[in-house]
Design a protein around this ligand. Structure first.
Ligand code: TRP
Length: 328
């Protein structure tokens, strides 16, 4: 096994519904790599989710499901530190301690807030302060590296700004985190050929019922070329199926596309079988977790305990820096 580097990598994920193939091949594979090679801290961001939902039941179910998804797909609570954000409530205290050092001007430049308002989400203080809570998430654990997609880049810049300002005002307190922007992200096409994304409603879910997964696969858009013609490989079905094939199988599939006689319906069925086989062990693991919520809870308490070891140390350092703790 590769030797772990001591870099602390932190990632937060909002619990927002079922994971799909795009999440699996982009986010999940990255997490597993960090877990093997670094000191991975990973949490389910339920406080953040509260900024855009008022359905209590839905939030708690989504949080539990997200936890089960991640554990089932290979996040290892021993190799990493995995918890639910609200199980370390010190993060909200840190949010407050940071808030007094954040200029309104910085917040007003936040594009994510404006985007959300433009989408029709009601403006509330939680949504407005979202970047400060995110900064607190990152700074509370002395994070060095934060893997970010394009949409979160500005939030990380704000975090660095806030941390630098605090350090300048109160003396060295925070580790300044760096973004890790993935440049070669694999583009996973959705069933309509656009990037697979929940917001395009073109996903293939991983943990849905067999029937629904099959339905999604059958809906993958294909062309209307004649059965005898060679088929185009620059298409969703071919690319998605290839993700699950070894090199020999890929050559075989490519050959079948090159000569005439291939029926897309057959390929879709094969692809469906392949996906179900591939995810079978993960589905079983997930079933087992869902049916044993007490075990899941134990895993989360264990994660929160590990997270608190460092959170307590950092929050004390911050309280001292800014004069919240009376030094006698
Ligand atoms: N804002 C992130 C997203 O929507 C989720 C998140 C919350 C996060 N806190 C974080 C990501 C800290 C990285 C680090 O994707």
């Amino acid at each position: 096994m590769s030797k772990k580097k001591n870099l602390r990598v932190l990632s937060g994920i909002q619990p927002s519904g079922s994971l799909h193939l795009g999440n699996y091949f982009c986010m999940m594979s990255r997490m597993i790599k960090y877990q093997e090679e670094n000191d991975l801290f990973c949490f389910i961001a339920n406080y953040h989710a509260l900024t855009t939902t008022s359905e209590a039941n839905k939030l708690s179910i989504n949080t539990f499901n997200a936890v089960c998804d991640f554990l089932a797909l290979g996040l290892d609570p021993e190799k990493s530190t995995f918890w639910v954000q609200s199980d370390v409530p010190e993060v909200t205290e840190l949010t407050w301690l940071l808030s007094s050092q954040v200029n309104i001007g910085l917040m007003d430049r936040g594009t994510s807030y404006k985007d959300k308002i433009n989408q029709g989400i009601k403006p509330n203080m939680g949504l407005y302060s979202y970047p400060i809570l995110m900064a607190a998430d990152i700074l509370l654990y002395d994070t060095q590296i934060v893997p970010v997609g394009k949409d979160q880049k500005q939030h990380l810049e704000m975090t660095r700004d806030i941390a630098n300002r605090f350090n300048n005002v109160f003396g060295d307190t925070f580790v300044i985190p760096k973004p890790d922007i993935e440049v070669n992200v694999q583009l996973i096409p959705g069933i309509d050929g656009k990037k697979m994304s929940k917001s395009y409603n073109n996903t293939i879910p991983i943990f849905d019922t067999e029937k629904n997964i099959r339905k999604k696969i059958m809906r993958i858009i294909t062309d209307t070329s004649d059965i005898d013609e060679p088929k185009d490989k620059d298409t969703s079905l071919y690319q998605l199926y290839s993700l699950f094939l070894n090199s020999e199988e890929k050559i075989l599939l490519s050959d079948r596309y090159n000569v005439g006689g291939l029926r897309y319906g057959d390929i879709k069925l094969e692809f469906f079988e392949k996906i179900m086989d591939y995810f079978q062990p993960f589905r079983e693991k997930r079933e087992q977790l869902v049916n044993n919520p007490k075990d899941v809870n134990d895993i989360l308490q264990y994660g929160a305990k590990k997270a608190k070891l460092i959170a307590n140390e950092v929050i004390d350092r911050v309280r001292t820096s800014c004069g919240i703790i009376i030094e006698l």
